[in-house]
Design a protein around this ligand. Structure first.
Ligand code: AP5
Ligand code: MG
Length: 390
């Protein structure tokens, strides 16, 4: 999801720019100011509670804002993203937003702040008062609104600056030129997010071959826990010694080991465009772990591609590989092959269900030549990118 908070003092142009951004990025709009005004107009209990404070230019209580936001955010779980106008306006609200979005397995992409000098803000709002007639656009109330912004809202800047998500934008100029700057900033932050592919499929389905191709063609870093583990074993490292017996039996190695290897690999490539994860996650627990690992770098799984292949075909491929130089220790015995296929059925299938619920997901036919399968996977990547852009 592309989640943007449009920030800035009263009169900075948040509402004006929101209209343009919504259309451009196909986002859901949540303006706490608009919602409050509507509640007041409809004389709802919420509106009645908020009215007195807003008329004087103060901020509505956080408790009240939570109710509004929670309802709106959970209603829009499936949208391409959310544009928040005038929220979060206090540090408490920033924490609330973090919690809500993380519950939805997403996060705020960026906070864009429109910077406009105070005299201009006042001028704009007084101008608007002549035509629009918002009851809080009079000098007395404007003063309080600006004060509230300085005292309670400005500290929110720090909160997002520390997360590298705060982007100040000069809000003086034509509406179009400011919009251009906003779009440019959003597109560059979208690019900063890793593009992470989880490649699933039973043993022998071609994940290794296809994963490396996908990574190379899309400028991603290939992370195969199997490959990393084999390297540790070959180097006879501490990790290698622990992992060896598990690998030899065709079993899944302890999670702590895989975590350490993946974390090291991600940290090694901070400027990568993204990663292709192959052979991990193999269990639902590992799926949660991967989410956690990616969240630490402000990212998430972008899409899951599942390569489908009939079991007999998989056995045949593994058998064939067992006769070549690329053979693995566990390719040479039918018992081990069956053992791995069995582990896959039991533990990895639930992983597919896990991702189906929360990420972009494609099933890809794994039969045919390497090029044919690669073509299908690349097509899925293109579709994912399209879906992300809305
Ligand atoms: P809210 O409705 O959010 O108002 P605000 O923050 O005071 O901001 P405005 O809507 O007045 O300005 P804007 O930045 O949207 O600018 P606009 O595009 O309209 O909140 C109202 C009240 O609700 C708050 O005071 C508070 O009490 C309460 N509230 C809301 N959210 C809350 C929360 N989360 N927690 C607690 N309380 C909350 O532009 C302004 C004018 O300038 C327009 O006339 C426009 O045409 C013009 N203009 C725009 N761009 C330009 C430009 N580039 N050049 C020249 N003029 C321009
Ligand atoms: Mg507004």
């Amino acid at each position: 999801m592309l989640n943007i908070a449009l920030f800035g003092p009263p009169g900075a142009g948040k509402g004006t720019q929101s209209k343009l951004l919504l259309e451009k990025f196909n986002l859901t709009y949540i303006s706490t100011g608009d919602i409050l005004r509507e509640e007041i107009a409809n004389n709802t209990p919420l509106g009645i509670e908020a009215k007195g404070v807003i008329e004087k230019g103060g901020l509505a209580p956080d408790e009240l804002i939570v109710q509004i936001i929670e309802k709106k955010v959970t209603m829009n779980l499936n949208s391409a993203g959310i544009l928040f106008d005038g929220f979060p306006r206090t540090v408490v609200q920033a924490y609330i937003l973090e919690g809500l979005l993380s519950k939805m397995n997403t996060s705020l992409t960026c906070m864009l702040s429109l910077e406009v000098p105070q005299d201009q803000l006042v001028k704009r709002m007084l101008e608007r008062a002549k035509v629009g007639g918002r009851s809080d656009d009079n000098m007395e109330v404007i003063k309080v609104r600006l004060q509230e912004y300085d005292n309670k809202t400005k500290p929110v800047i720090n909160f997002y600056q520390e997360k590298n998500k705060y982007f100040p934008i000069n809000g003086v100029g034509t509406v179009e030129s400011i919009f251009g700057k906003l779009v440019e900033t959003i597109e560059s932050t979208m690019k900063q997010d890793f593009f992470n592919v989880v490649l699933l499929g039973k043993p022998g389905s071609g994940k290794g071959t296809q994963g490396e191709l996908l990574a190379r063609n899309n400028n991603l870093v290939y992370i195969s826990t199997g490959k990393l583990l084999r390297k540790e074993i070959a180097g006879n490292t501490e990790i290698g010694k622990i992992a060896k017996p598990f690998m030899e039996r065709g079993e899944i190695v302890p999670d702590e080991i895989a975590i350490r290897l993946i974390e090291k690999k991600i940290q090694h490539h901070p400027s990568a465009d993204g990663f292709v994860f192959k052979g991990f996650p193999r269990t639902v627990v590992q799926a949660y772990i991967l989410d956690g690992l990616l969240r630490r770098v402000n990212s998430r799984v972008t899409c899951m591609l599942n390569i489908k292949l009939p079991t007999l075909e998989a056995i045949k491929r593994l058998n064939d590989r067992g006769k070549t130089e690329r053979k693995r220790a566990y390719d040479t015995s039918t018992d081990l092959i069956l053992n791995r296929l069995d582990e896959y059925e039991k533990k990895t299938k639930p992983v597919i269900d896990y991702y189906k619920k929360q990420t972009i997901f494609f099933e890809v036919d794994g039969s045919g030549t390497e090029e044919e399968v690669n073509g299908r996977l690349e097509e899925a990547v293109v579709k994912t990118v399209k879906q992300l852009r809305g």
